[in-house]
Design a protein around this ligand. Structure first.
Ligand SMILES: Cc1cc2nc3c(=O)[nH]c(=O)nc-3n(C[C@H](O)[C@H](O)[C@H](O)COP(=O)(O)O)c2cc1C
Length: 399
């Protein structure tokens, strides 16, 4: 029988690990899987905080019943309605017909839309407290992190903040649930990838949420994906989150290129060479045709330099570069040193309109020399591209 894992006095992790879904949101790769964390407070009233994806209901119920046995669950606290946390509602209400869903107004509207209106519900407002017995939960709404209805549930006796997607990470939980009993090297990288792909666009709201959370005496952070942060891990998690939401960058660069026959790839090598000679050692080079977009975005999120190169394809940019540019734009990456370049054979130029449009948006520090190569880079082109890399290195290191 699968068992719940103790988080604190009478507070349990009853989540599940998903090692079979290949793509999160059917978009973002899951090489290490993902966990859907749900927590149970076993008190006079029994409360679940956040649910799991419906298809894992069997394991979920085993863990719940390993604590409560045949006793009913009174409340399901919904901090966020996205179906990876809420779709088990369909089965939960069959096992626990009297369960009351506790959420803010917008969340209850969404729950009605997804699961019908037959559920018993209790609307809670920002700052309101729900008594469970020895435990009580105070709710803090954090709109648009990353849906409009999101909130943090703060348990007053233990100082635990249940933050749902905020502070979340990809990566299934390999035995332990606490950061101090797991290989955080992997989870920190996966937290960065989760942030960049899922939450990054909403960084302004994350900053507001962090300010609000700072007023709470938080001793432990229990997110809905990935490790639980306790002890010194709490400050580390907050520091990482604060830095990511301020788009804090390191002296590093990401080069992404789209190339069919290797000529644009050669151009990218020259930019990388220039960056390295210019003193930037942390350089990641990605082929847009084969690279995983989530890795590109993860690295672009923390890198001060970004170089985008495309060959010309049917009077436009190479198709595989389009999602890269769209995601960079959509998640509002900005404030970086940017280089753009292209390769073409018979048009008037390399047809870099989407890259130019990105560069024209506020906040980018564009390197003026936009190198456009005819078919295959000449020695002079290669020198110019090395120069672009060197200039990027100079600007990266100057900041
Ligand atoms: C299917 C296809 C479409 C192309 N469309 C254009 C085009 O519209 N205009 C142009 O100048 N070159 C076009 N080219 C030429 C390439 O952009 C050019 O050969 C370039 O050197 C390819 O770079 P790569 O080696 O990095 O793939 C096209 C090539 C292919 C294979």
């Amino acid at each position: 029988m699968l068992k719940a894992i103790s988080v604190s006095d009478k507070i349990w992790w009853v989540g599940v690990n998903d090692r079979k879904t290949p793509l999160f949101e059917n978009l973002w790769s899951l090489p290490y899987g993902v966990s859907y964390n749900s927590y149970l407070i076993d008190d006079e009233k029994v409360a679940l905080i956040d649910g799991v994806k419906g298809e894992f209901f069997g394991e979920y119920l085993e863990r719940i019943q390993s604590i409560v046995g045949a006793r009913p669950v009174d409340y399901l606290i919904v901090n966020h309605v996205e179906p990876d946390h809420s779709s088990a509602i369909r089965m939960l209400r069959q096992v626990y017909p009297n369960i009351t869903v506790v959420a803010d107004k917008q969340a209850l509207t969404l729950i009605g839309q997804f699961y019908g209106t037959s559920l018993a519900t209790k609307e809670v407002k920002d700052g309101e407290t729900l008594e469970l017995g020895a435990h009580s939960l105070t709710f803090a709404t954090i709109p648009m992190v990353h849906w409009p209805e999101t909130m943090i549930s703060f348990e007053n006796s233990s100082g635990i903040a249940f933050t749902c997607d905020a502070f979340g990470s990809y990566g299934a939980l390999n035995g332990g649930i606490f950061g101090d009993e797991l290989d955080m090297h992997v989870y920190t990288s996966e937290a960065r990838r989760y942030y960049a792909t899922i939450v990054g666009r909403f960084s302004v709201n994350v900053q507001a949420a962090l300010k609000k959370a700072a007023a709470l005496p938080i001793k432990m952070i229990c997110p809905s994906h990935g490790p639980v942060h306790r002890g010194e891990g709490v400050a580390r998690a907050v520091k990482l989150y604060d830095g990511m939401s301020r788009q804090e960058t390191t002296q590093s660069a990401v080069i992404v290129y789209g190339s069919m026959y290797g000529n644009t790839a050669r151009m990218a090598e020259c930019v990388a060479d220039g960056l390295c000679r210019g003193g930037v050692a942390d350089v990641k080079v990605y082929d847009a045709g084969t690279a995983d977009l989530s890795w590109i975005i993860r690295d672009a999120w923390r890198s001060r330099g970004l170089a985008l190169l495309s060959c010309c394809y049917n009077m436009g940019m190479f198709p595989a570069m389009m999602p890269v540019v769209e995601k960079i734009d959509n998640c509002k990456i900005s404030g970086r040193v940017l280089a753009i370049a292209g390769c073409y054979s018979w048009s008037k130029g390399a047809e870099l309109k989407p890259l130019q449009a990105l560069a024209d948006k506020p906040g980018w520090d564009l390197i003026e020399n936009v190198v456009e190569v005819k078919s295959c880079p000449t020695e002079a082109d290669e020198a110019a591209l090395r120069g672009v890399g060197a200039e990027m290195a100079r600007r990266i290191r100057a900041e």
